[in-house]
Design a protein around this ligand. Structure first.
Ligand SMILES: O=C(O)c1cc(C(=O)O)c2c(n1)C(=O)C(=O)c1cc(C(=O)O)[nH]c1-2
Length: 246
């Protein structure tokens, strides 16, 4: 305890350990839908449902990063965060992560307009993504950035996913996997940068605990998104959101 009654801050090692413990316990790599994906058990319709739903997440990542950007006070920090937005948006038409995700959709038989018009986005997916964007809009910097620390676990998941797609889903054109290949390096770098910022900014025990809670919330966002995808069900008669044959 500190003299004023507040709990003492964790050391850097302990704080980092607590953050990593959250993702070890709650990251979506262990979600049943991801496990089925990795084991090759998804039908083409389920895989397309996931790709369309995840596009809704992808297109909002640069929006939430712009909200975080507005909380940064110094040019060096903003430059680093602008790079994240550029990674997703590219610097010209036909570049960037969103474009690569659209190509993944095409490789799986989904049209670009079908992804942009959000007609396949399930209600639970919409709420999960809105929840994440609004959390970053409304939270202090350290918490908004802490929520992105799931990215520390993402590169391993990308490697597993690339291998699973190559092995089990050969009907998806290999070029469509470029998104995941690019993301291995970007995710690792973004995660380490974000961790340094959180360690520097969350100084008091209360701020540290709130950062840990922010990361747990983000794990819930990703988990809830996959719950919705797993459950499926569209709005049309019979709930057919998948449009038939492979
Ligand atoms: O496919 C995935 O499992 C996965 C997970 C995550 C993540 O852990 O938040 C991200 C991504 N992909 C991703 O592609 C991405 O660009 C990304 C940005 C962020 C973020 O919170 O800023 N997470 C993720």
């Amino acid at each position: 305890m500190h003299a004023d009654g507040a709990a003492a801050p964790w050391t850097t090692t302990e704080f980092t350990g607590r953050l990593r413990a959250v993702t070890a316990a709650r990251y979506h790599d262990r979600h049943p839908f991801n496990l089925r994906m990795h084991q090759g058990e998804l039908t083409p319709a389920e895989l397309r449902r996931w790709i369309a739903s995840r596009f809704h997440y992808q297109r909002h990542i640069p929006v939430k990063d712009a909200l975080i950007l507005a909380k940064l006070e110094r040019p060096a920090l903003r430059r680093a965060w602008l790079r994240r937005i550029r990674d997703h948006d590219g610097t010209a038409e036909g570049e960037g992560g969103i474009e690569r995700w659209l190509r993944l959709g095409e490789a799986a038989g989904l049209g670009r307009e079908e992804l942009w018009d959000a007609s396949r986005v399930l209600p639970g997916v919409r709420l999960a993504v809105d929840g994440y964007v609004n959390f970053c809009r409304l939270s202090p910097l350290a918490e908004a950035v802490a929520a992105s620390l799931t990215e520390l676990s993402a590169p391993d998941l990308m490697r597993t996913r690339i291998a699973a797609f190559e092995t089990h889903y050969p009907w998806i054109e290999p070029a469509g996997l470029a998104y995941f290949r690019t993301r291995v390096g970007q995710g690792a770098r973004d995660g380490e940068e974000a961790l340094a910022l959180v360690l520097e900014r969350a100084r008091t025990r209360e701020q540290q605990e709130r950062a840990v809670a922010a990361l747990a919330f983000k794990c819930d966002v990703l988990w809830a998104l996959l719950d919705a995808v797993d459950r499926g069900g569209g709005r049309g008669p019979g709930g057919a959101d998948d449009g038939g044959a492979p």
